[in-house]
Design a protein around this ligand. Sequence first.
Ligand code: GLV
Ligand code: MN
Ligand code: MN
Length: 444
Amino acid sequence: VEAEQTADPPVADGRAGLPPAAATAAARVLRRCDEVAGCTESPGRVCRRYGTAALTAAMDLIAGWMRDAGLETRRDAIGNLIGRSPGGNPDAPAFALGSHLDSVPDGGRYDGALGVLVAIEAVAGMTAGGAALPFRLEVVAFADEEGARFHTTYLGSRAYAGRFDPALLDRTDADGASLASACADFGGHPDRLVASCSPLPVLGYLEVHIEQGPALEALGAPLGIVTAIAGQTRAAVGFRGEAGHAGTVAMALRRDALAAAAEAVLSAERLAQETPALLATVGRIDVLPGASNVVPGAARITLDVRSPNDAVRKDAVRSLRGACVDAGERRNVGVDWEVVQDDPATAMDAGLSGGLAASLAAVGLPVHRLPSGAGHDAVVMAEICPVAMLFVRCAGGISHHPDEAVAAGDVAAAVAVVSDFLRSRIGSFNPGVDGGNAPGRVEP
Ligand code: GLV
Ligand code: MN
Ligand code: MN
């Protein structure tokens, strides 16, 4: 993390210099985050996985707020909710802002929702002010970023960006429901998920997100500009042993699938502990038949491997695959290895990030830059257009947890920065000139 601006900002943390409208907007954003948190699969906890009634309820709420903000709303083939600024040339390309609305089980109320709601405030300010841009603005609430239900992440942004792999439609959740059926039940159109859901070119993408780590808090900074997002591989590993009676099958004769999976879990932890810049997590184990007096006949684990360095991640994935196979061979247990996601480390666009830096300075805030260990929809959007991300300080660095929290003043700062960015930094934005990724062309 590096501080770019050494001169004192005009106000210690910039907040006293924020326009009063930003504080009003931030209070509304926080109230709405609370309301969206009430749309959940498990009362009292935040759980909103792809395709569930809880996610539909959250989308319905937010669609109403988008319309109140003057946006024209639509849902696309995977179920993303999109609010488009009205007026002007209907065929004009769009600059997109947004984040995701799904959550992990027992997650926090700001991961994803905060970015959608801050974007609505900033775009509403532009629409109300009658500001003319040479392109439309779109606020996108992506329907799946976490992958909590199908273990493959970014389904929403993949569909929006025209990067959806239809083979994913056959994936099943823990109850055996396919992604195709979940999509149809959610009001989507799985048969249309072969091409882009976005009918017009996307010029660029800006995502506001809670930091989910402690760096900004340690710096005493409300906001930070993301430099790059760590690469991520997700694998599903199945172990096929033999079930048997816990009281009669001799230890030497067992083919215990869970014991083999346990070796894999500890191999992943050990490798990540020993390797700089590597994180590895097994977040889920399913065991069959799952009874206390039966030797486990089958076990399935999820594996999540991340690094800012793609070579480190790839080496680790190769080595963990070997560790799974070795554990299986030692125990006479079959191993099925399936990579369900593989995304490289993703750099943010220099031109858009420079615009964000100018907006931070205009609002009186220091400019800090930091990498993201967490994955974001910006990873997929970067395949089709220049992207940038603004992080909001996270209390205690806690996220994917009910205690996730942000400060109202920091949210007000985010609203002010994004508003300035839309008003003053992107009117003349030309991705072909400002550098960074090539402008995206999205299939019709
Ligand atoms: C998303 O939250 C991820 O990084 O898994
Ligand atoms: Mn998120
Ligand atoms: Mn998350």
